[in-house]
Design a protein around this ligand. Sequence first.
Ligand code: SF4
Ligand code: SF4
Ligand code: SF4
Length: 310
Amino acid sequence: MKLDRRKFLKIGAVAGGTAVCTTATPAQAREAREPDPNWYGMLNDSTRCIGCKACQVACKKENKLESESTLGDQAQLGKAIYDSPRQLSEHTYTLIKMAKDEKTGESTFVKQQCMHCVDPACQSACIVGALKKQPDGSVKYDSDLCMGCRYCMVACPFSVPQFEWQRAIPSIKKCTLCSETRLSKGQPTACSSACPAGAITFGKRDELLKIARHRIEAEPERYLDHIYGEREVGGTNVFYLTKPQMQFAGLGLPDFGYKAVSGVTESIQHRIFQYFIPPIAVYSILGGIMAYNQRRKKNAGIEGGEEDEY
Ligand code: SF4
Ligand code: SF4
Ligand code: SF4
């Protein structure tokens, strides 16, 4: 019998559920974490973005990342310039994509990157504490602690953490919010500094929300009356604005509701240790979560929701 990925995930979900049901009491979500007004973040205004990709280039330069064309990575290179490379990778921490709202036919550019979540699912999924929210608001990865399990990749609702598949000792790669290279020196992020159109605003979380609200109030015909990230998945430190004709799902930003998924993930992890659930059950549970995330992405019309490889 051919066991394709879909069947594997279904079996994993059932096995995981069984493992939890038979060895532990059901996991209950803990209280969600609250945002700190002093955390730094960014406001990505898709109505201002002209698709020049200066931010993408600045990020590569700041983080000393090679370009996909230099690497000859044809799988990552798209057919059109505005979709090249195709997705985030260990060499690309931020990406400008051309998005189209299928319902309205409206298109725009959108910046993809780590959202530096208020209550990060990646942090709560990491058994060894390799991902951690920092006092400046960034979510930092520590390769010295990482054991390469890739639970963070499964847990992230935005499919952000990337794995260095080609390396003997691989690490997880993602946007750092330029925490060590720039924020620690009192400088704004490299991508926001490079933007010639004012489409990326760097600042403290509360100030960014004020700026976003002011823009919506000042130009209601230009903006959809919603700040994505203010409350989505428990809140993020990276916010988005869009046109009224362009819903956030059209930008590739999932509608996962306002509740942080981290509480549930963390509670499952605690049960795993409390009841010594064996590794195969752990993978099964994570397979279930992965299937659930994929289904939600597909239902939300998110590109690559069903086809992404792990
Ligand atoms: S977007 Fe994903 S990787 Fe970034 S902080 Fe949130 S959960 Fe973690
Ligand atoms: S904050 Fe820094 S690491 Fe993140 S996308 Fe911008 S330049 Fe890249
Ligand atoms: S630099 Fe600014 S205008 Fe250019 S692609 Fe990036 S966000 Fe858009």
